[in-house]
Design a protein around this ligand. Structure first.
Ligand code: AVI
Length: 323
């Protein structure tokens, strides 16, 4: 644990590079090839993701912010005072700020993220925006088992989980239930959870959102190859791959792939990986739900759905769940 001048405490439980090497080699030697979407979020990937959120085609961020702005007073009333907010995946300050501003006497915030550098920057922003608020940053793979430190002043009356952005959609349904089950355990007795879930809609809207005209999502996907070059000494030429996003109607998910533009061989951590022209690496799924399928995931994890809010076009949903 490290503490800085603002009182921000930082716990680093991020997985070591060795874990990454074997996971990448497993994914690139499998048929079809696929990698964990968590690999998209090195420091540069996290920065590009924030730029995606500002693209006109990427409706989820601004839609969810609108819903949260309207729902925050009701969420705060349900939570009451002396609450420790637990943000799963430290994102932009703006969303969690809507909750903190609405809460009566927040006890603190614990921010969790897989990307340590990005997390520290986000947590520092929080500590500066809310002087005196107890801020804990935890770099961890949130599939793994760990506990959330209480605020320095003592245990909170309850914890309020916050998992916005429809990141739950990046998990396959089984993994989403596992994640929510673990989150429910971390929140403990009387815990509440605010969960953002993107809804099913016209595939043309979805495909545009994941392949914006400015090429920001393409850069986000291709940055994965640059990251593997840096962290694993691979020799990908990103110009020999292209970004692909398509909606899989049967599985209700947008899939991102990196397509090889030629027959080629790439060295990754001492192994040769062969690509045929047109072959892809599947890099991310973004599952889209209905209110009912989202509530069913929550219920399978042991949560009780309390309230749900949507926007006027039913593009996105925000759920309040009791642990
Ligand atoms: C973080 N996550 C919810 C984003 C999504 O929409 O699935 C990641 C993303 N990938 C491409 N664009 C955005």
């Amino acid at each position: 644990q490290k503490t800085d001048a603002t009182g921000l405490r930082f716990f680093d439980m991020a997985p070591p590079v060795e874990d990454m090497k074997s996971a990448v080699l497993d994914g690139l030697t499998a048929t079809p090839k696929g990698l964990s979407p968590s690999l998209l979020y090195d420091q540069e990937g996290s920065r590009i993701f924030e730029a995606i959120c500002d693209q006109p085609e990427y409706y989820p961020t601004r839609t969810e912010i609108g819903i949260l702005r309207a729902a925050a007073p009701e969420i705060a009333a349900a939570a009451g005072p002396d609450v420790q907010v637990v943000e799963f995946g430290a994102g932009a300050l703006e969303k969690v700020g809507l909750l903190i501003d609405a809460l009566a006497r927040p006890a603190g915030i614990a921010a969790l993220d897989i990307s340590g550098d990005h997390l520290l920057a986000a947590a520092r922003d929080l500590a500066h925006a809310y002087p005196g608020l107890d801020v804990v940053a935890i770099a961890a793979d949130y599939h793994k088992d760990f506990d959330i430190p209480a605020p320095v002043a003592g245990p909170p009356r309850r914890r309020l989980g916050f998992f916005p952005g429809s990141t739950i959609g990046n998990f396959a349904p089984d993994a989403a239930v596992d994640f929510l089950t673990n989150a429910r355990r971390l929140l403990g007795r009387d815990g509440l959870m605010v969960l953002g879930v993107d809804l099913r809609k016209d595939p043309r809207i979805l495909e545009a959102a994941y392949d914006d005209a400015a090429g920001v999502t393409a850069a986000f996907n291709l940055n994965l190859l640059t990251r593997l070059n840096r962290d694993l000494g691979a020799d990908f030429e990103p110009g020999r791959f292209r970004h692909k996003a398509l909606y899989n109607q049967d599985l209700h998910r947008v899939e991102m792939h990196l397509e090889s533009l030629a027959d080629q061989r790439v060295q990754v951590a001492g192994q040769t990986i062969a690509f045929a022209a047109g072959e892809t690496i599947h890099t991310e799924n973004s599952h889209k739900h209905t209110i009912e399928t989202a509530q069913a995931l929550a219920a399978d994890a042991g949560f009780t759905p309390q309230r749900v809010w949507t926007d006027d076009q039913d593009r996105f949903s925000v759920h309040l769940l009791a642990a």
